[in-house]
Design a protein around this ligand. Structure first.
Ligand code: KMH
Ligand code: ZN
Length: 441
């Protein structure tokens, strides 16, 4: 990875009366962009020893109003370092708000427990090669607090913590996974669900075209019911292989109620990748059983098949189970987590959950989000902003918009890919996905 990627700086500034430009003491968007300009300048000084120049914004979103008296925290992160270009992502958050309530004093204000994101942007700066002085990351000022700083007198002032995961990733590369079949989605719910080997292969190829590099695969009997039949997996994998080069990740979760023996069958195809479900949860009205014994048994079988695991975590405690498996030597790094959010009975699909789960995984592990139903779009977009990978598709969500069925998984992949490009993430081809995931020939 190039030096500088992931470097983050944050400024906190009060918006004064002189910043209010519009009616209602509203601060203009250009003021927020000026903050991003200052953040970008500090990033360039730390990386190149030069203030550089802002060349272009590729995307800007204004998300909430800012008024005089608000305190704004502006964070920027370097996402890509070229010969002279430096791509960056920015986020501005309101951490203090002036209250403006007729029942309160005009000076009443609140420090926000949950900061409000007011603006996001992606842009590119340039430092010409001959101006790059290469002081390269003068970091101590960012990290080490002055001596004695930690011993503040009680009660401590409440200081909103800066975002503890950087707003955009240490690497801009993004793996998009398409979950195109699943076990629970039915033809009654959507006619776009692929069932035959040909339909599944066609859909895999469409998803690849739209930006997916991994296909999360379940298969069905001709009547549409879920099966883990080895023969059926072999047939479908062969059909997909004739049409596209995506990584094929088979399920060992199958459908609720299946035995471990049944669930392990696709491993006989020696797939490149397979899921390992890391704990038991209520799954809607059913129970998805993954006893500790079964998890260990499937993990051994996945290893024996030579497949790379994706670790499906539906709860925070499932991450602790993964840590136990690593300690026992049952699984080894590099680890790839999939946070499956919003299953009724599992952990909810919320921003704080994504941030917390991402903060709990071992260093060097990668993570992705798969969220159910209406949560799919906002949670996968959040994951992309926070540096994770993302999974979309009919297994988890059948709608493109409220009440509008997605015509297969490909439109969901295409929309996720468009979003990713807009925030500066680089969607990887299957060959690059293989090397990021540690899949060898
Ligand atoms: N069908 C769910 C009960 C996986 O693919 O590994 C389990 C599942 C997980 O879909
Ligand atoms: Zn699945």
């Amino acid at each position: 990875m190039s030096i500088g990627i992931g470097l983050t700086v944050t400024l906190r500034v009060r918006m004064g009366a002189h910043d209010a430009h519009y009616a209602g003491e509203l601060v203009d968007g250009a003021r927020l962009l000026a903050l991003f300009g200052d953040v970008a300048t500090e990033l360039l000084i730390r990386l190149d020893g030069d203030e550089g120049l802002f060349r272009a914004y590729e995307a800007i979103e204004f998300l909430a109003p800012v008024r005089a008296g608000d305190y704004i925290e502006a964070t920027g992160v370097i996402t890509k370092v070229g010969a002279s270009s430096r791509a960056m992502a920015f986020e501005a958050r309101k951490v203090v708000t002036s209250l403006r309530s007729p029942d309160l004093s005009v000076s009443a204000a609140d420090a926000l427990a949950e900061p409000v994101v007011v603006c996001r942007a992606v842009g590119t700066c340039v430092v010409p090669k001959d101006l790059q002085r290469k002081p390269r990351l003068v970091l101590p000022a960012l990290s080490a607090p002055p001596p004695g700083h930690a011993q503040l007198p009680e009660p401590r002032p409440i200081i909103t913590p800066p975002p503890h995961i950087i707003v955009t990733p240490p690497s801009s590369e993004l793996i998009l996974t398409a979950a195109i079949v699943g076990a629970e989605t039915t033809r009654q719910q959507t006619k776009w669900l692929p069932i035959t080997a040909q339909e599944i292969a066609d859909e895999a190829a469409r998803c690849r075209e739209a930006g997916a590099s991994v296909i999360h695969l379940h298969v069905r009997n001709p009547d549409g019911s879920p099966t883990q039949s080895r023969e059926r997996f072999a047939e479908v994998i062969e059909a997909i292989r004739t049409k596209t080069d995506c990584v094929i990740q088979v399920t060992t979760g199958g459908a609720v109620g299946m035995s471990g023996e049944e669930r392990a069958q696709p491993l006989a195809c020696r797939p490149e990748m397979a899921t390992l479900n890391c704990g038991t949860i209520n799954f809607g009205d059913d129970v998805f059983v993954n006893s500790r014994k079964l998890i260990r048994d499937l993990a051994q079988r996945i290893r024996a098949a030579g497949s790379v695991m994706e670790l499906e975590c539906y709860e925070v405690g499932h991450i602790d189970e993964v840590n136990a498996l690593v300690k026992e030597g049952v699984i080894t790094s590099p680890l790839h987590f999939q946070f499956v959010l919003g299953v009724p009975g599992g952990i909810g699909a919320r921003e704080d959950v994504v941030r917390f789960m991402a903060s709990q995984i071992p260093a060097g592990a990668s993570w992705a989000v798969a969220a159910v139903g209406r949560h799919q779009r906002p949670m996968t977009e959040l994951a992309m902003r926070l540096g994770g990978h993302a999974r979309v598709g009919l297994e988890d969500n059948i709608y493109l918009d409220k009440g509008v069925l997605a015509e297969g998984s490909a439109p969901l992949v295409a929309r996720a890919a468009e979003y990713a490009r807009g925030i500066g993430r680089e969607i990887v081809e299957p060959s690059r996905a293989r090397s990021l995931l540690g899949i060898t020939a």
